[in-house]
Design a protein around this ligand. Structure first.
Ligand code: HEM
Length: 461
């Protein structure tokens, strides 16, 4: 016999919209999860949305045979830019399958290993900037890591230089993208009538979409006009056929995957956020910083990091895993039941298609998995086989199953390279020594108002 799913009190017509703060909805979801427990529901303008946050239930619904991804809410708004590209496609849309099969191998570990020198080219631009600006410069790490991540994905996958380090402030299209993502997160919580009257916001939203479309179209047009002998991601999209169906990607699907800049959106926000959180946790935990620095110095000395070094930097990997545990930059995952069903041993009835949001910031702090010190940053919990021994689906920063991240190896290599190089060369400090983590949220999350200074270490070359 199922029991009712807890829900905060509702207001006529708008339901629970006021239970969710606009700036950082994640904060409300976490608070509600603490108040109502492992599952709760909200009525968002007439649509029931379920929230699940503890491991036991998340593990149960991490099952591709019973549940599948749903592109509802803010993701539906992102489709205004990218249609049924990877990431925003519904599971059964044929373009997803074709693009997935064609592009998965392009992001495999071996393919990504070959991108190491291109990644270094971009990462060096960050190192040079911090070195040349000197120890008194005030650095917004989220800004500079966004430049690294944007330029890296564009250069490695499309052989296109965005040259973000030569633009101050951020390049126009990067600002358009950030504003677009923010607006997507807000639009789906606005009543339709209100939305229809927000002419200014809508005009800006359309203008931002156009800027991104224009840039992506320009990259494709340039490649078509000037082909290069390189089998990169763009070449695969333009010239390869799906091994299963024999079909090529349609012009529209290429345009959407490019134009929407799927890769630039999913491929930069998450990794740049991850690097920013890493810097925060490392400065906040000087002992961890010292331990990481000692390992990097021992393995690398003063020479540049190579791909082969990553296997000898287990503490760096542990810091990365622990960062993504406490601060999964893609904070929510959406799924839905394929049929009417129950979860929790028959306790909760779930209707087919009802959006279920998995709140990873709570999942990753479930004391049943992580213990009483779940709130603390302790990379040691990811070392010496402990990570491998975690219960299934306790750590999901890269999503789950067939719709999990295909850029994981890419992101891992990029972050290893950038952070190892930064820690090798610079002493880092908060501008405000009393800074405590605050977050900002669009589709992803990043530290808010985090400012640092970077001093070149004696002897660094
Ligand atoms: C999907 C996280 C970096 C490409 C996802 C998903 C997550 C995720 C959680 C699943 C989203 C969902 O369930 O709705 C991350 C994190 C990253 C990262 C934490 C870095 C730290 C990247 C990079 C790329 C990339 C660098 C591209 C090179 C993709 C794509 C998908 C995806 C294409 C959609 C897959 C599909 O639906 O078929 N990512 N990602 N990601 N990611 Fe990543």
């Amino acid at each position: 016999m199922s029991v009712p799913i807890p829900q905060p009190p509702t207001i006529p017509f708008i339901g629970n919209v006021t239970s969710v703060e606009k700036e950082v909805p994640l904060r409300s979801f976490r608070l509600l999860a603490k108040t109502y427990g492992e599952i709760f529901q909200l009525n968002m303008l007439g649509q029931t949305v379920l929230f699940v946050s503890l491991h036991k239930l998340v593990n149960e619904i991490s099952d591709d045979s019973r549940f599948h991804k749903r592109a509802a809410g803010a993701l539906r708004e992102v489709r205004n830019l990218v249609g049924d590209a990877l990431f925003t496609a519904e599971d059964d849309e044929p373009n997803w399958g074709i693009a997935h099969r064609l592009l998965m191998p392009a992001f495999g570990t071996l393919a990504v290993k070959d991108m190491m020198e291109e990644m270094r080219d971009i990462s060096n631009q960050l190192l040079q900037k911090w070195e040349r600006f000197g120890p008194n410069a005030i650095i917004d790490p989220s800004d500079d890591f966004t430049r690294v991540a944007l330029d890296t994905i564009a250069y490695c996958s499309m052989s296109h230089r965005l040259n973000s380090f030569y633009s101050e402030p951020q390049p126009e299209f990067a600002v358009a993208m950030a504003d677009f993502l923010k607006e997507c997160s807000e639009r789906f919580t606005r009543p339709r009538l209100l939305q229809a009257m927000m002419y200014g916001k809508t005009a800006k939203y359309q203008a931002d979409i156009k800027k991104m479309k224009d840039l992506a179209d320009e990259i494709v047009a340039t490649r078509k006009a000037h082909p290069i002998p390189k089998h990169d991601l763009l070449d695969i999209m333009l010239n390869s056929r799906d091994p299963k169906t024999g079909q090529s990607m349609t012009e529209q699907s290429i345009a959407e995957n490019m134009r929407l800049l799927t890769f630039l959106i999913v491929g930069h926000e998450t990794s740049s956020g991850m690097m920013s959180f890493m810097v925060y946790f490392l400065i906040k935990n000087p002992q961890t910083m010292r331990k990481l620095r000692a390992q990097i110095d021992e393995v690398l000395g003063s020479r540049p990091v190579q791909y082969e070094d990553f296997a000898n930097l287990p503490y760096l990997i542990a810091v990365m895993r622990e960062t993504l545990r406490l601060a999964p930059t893609a904070p929510i995952r959406q799924t839905a039941a394929l049929e009417d069903t129950t979860i929790g041993g028959g306790k909760y009835a779930i209707k087919k298609g009802t959006p279920i949001l998995i709140v990873k910031w709570e999942l990753h702090r479930d004391p049943a998995v992580w213990g009483d010190n779940a709130e603390e940053f302790i990379p040691e919990r990811m070392l010496d086989g402990k990570f491998e021994a975690l219960p299934p689906n306790a750590w999901q920063p890269f999503g789950f199953g067939r719709r999990a991240c295909i850029g994981r190896a890419f992101a891992w290599q990029e972050v290893c390279l950038v952070i190892a190089s930064v820690i090798q060369r610079f002493d880092l400090a908060f501008v405000d020594p009393s800074y405590n983590l605050q977050i900002k949220q669009t589709l992803t999350v990043k530290p808010n108002d985090l400012l640092i200074q970077a001093t070149l270490r004696a002897g660094a070359v």
